[in-house]
Design a binder for this molecule. Structure first.
Ligand code: DUR
Ligand code: ZN
Length: 276
């Protein structure tokens, strides 16, 4: 499957802090929505950022009404490798709406992008029940996207710790980053010993650190190795993770963009338990 790409077009004058509109980020969001909607569109989607005046002009040209709007989109068709659609976001309106709704600017623009994209894919919001479907989908995709960004951050934290690994015997450096349910991230590295059997894995180091800080509930753990392979936790670490958080998500990562999300139910389906 060929991935859809985004072309960012800026048109007009507005003030947007750097990093809000990153091509790579929006391509991920696009990919997430297309996958969720089981649509396979290759080619380009234009993301057009406009000011209020430009939006009014476009609204008049295409809908005969000179009025401002937050987002507008067009679908051109499914021919391969063509520009298949366009999502136009009015940045000043988005900034204002973010303020009113108490959303972050990133979230507001992501929401508008998802909204426009869903229109491109055929969704409508004229009738209340259609609007309901669209709103639910928007929320679902925004949450999935935020989770993805959080996972990316967790993996980056782990990658930064690799240098601290003490692995002179195996030469296999591992680092982990454990996300606690209170939002804290606790890291770990493998610590080896001349008496080989005393070595401890990066995952158990992170869990022990966290527990000794009073944290016992974990949402996710990212594991990376210097070799940039998928480093799956060993059985001992899986058993230790099960002790505290059977629902934890295990992220095995080759990079912050290439990772798998696994559950303990598939990694250790029959864990040991004293409870019968
Ligand atoms: O998930 C794993 C797998 C291995 N290791 C460490 C243990 C040892 O120090 C080295 C080689 O096995 O890698 C970890 O830290 N985590
Ligand atoms: Zn282990």
């Amino acid at each position: 499957m060929k991935a859809s790409q985004i072309r960012i077009v800026e048109c007009g004058e507005f003030n947007l802090q750097r990093g809000v509109i990153l091509k790579r980020k929006f391509e991920k969001l696009l990919q997430l929505v297309l996958k969720g909607e089981r649509r396979d569109l290759s080619g380009i989607l234009n993301l057009v950022l406009v000011d209020t005046e430009k939006m009014r002009e476009l609204k008049e040209r295409f809908f005969g009404k000179r009025e401002s709007s937050d987002v507008m989109s067009f679908f051109y068709g499914e021919e391969e490798d063509q520009t298949w659609g366009e999502v136009i976001i009015c940045i000043p309106v988005a900034l204002e709406q973010a303020k009113v709704a108490g959303n972050s600017i990133d979230d507001e623009i992501s929401l508008l992008f998802i909204h426009g994209l869903l229109h491109c894919l055929g969704y409508d919001d004229q009738e209340p029940q259609d609007l309901q479907v669209m709103s639910e989908k928007q929320e679902h995709y925004l949450n999935a996207f935020k989770k993805y960004l959080l996972f990316e951050k967790l993996i980056n934290k782990a990658l930064k710790q690799l240098d601290l690994s003490y692995a002179p015997y195996s030469g296999y450096r591992v680092a982990s980053a454990l996300l606690c349910t209170d939002g804290t991230i606790v890291t770990g590295v493998n610590v080896e010993n001349a008496s080989f059997g005393l070595s401890i894995c990066a995952e158990r180091v992170a869990v022990s650190k966290a527990v000794s800080m009073g944290k016992r509930d974990f949402e996710a753990i990212a594991i990376v190795s210097e070799k940039r392979d998928f480093c799956y936790p060993c059985g001992a670490c899986l058993q230790v993770l099960t002790e505290f958080s059977p629902g934890i998500k295990v992220l095995v990562a080759r990079s912050s963009e290439d990772f798998k999300v696994l559950g303990l139910e598939e990694l250790l389906p029959h864990s040991f338990s004293l409870k019968q």
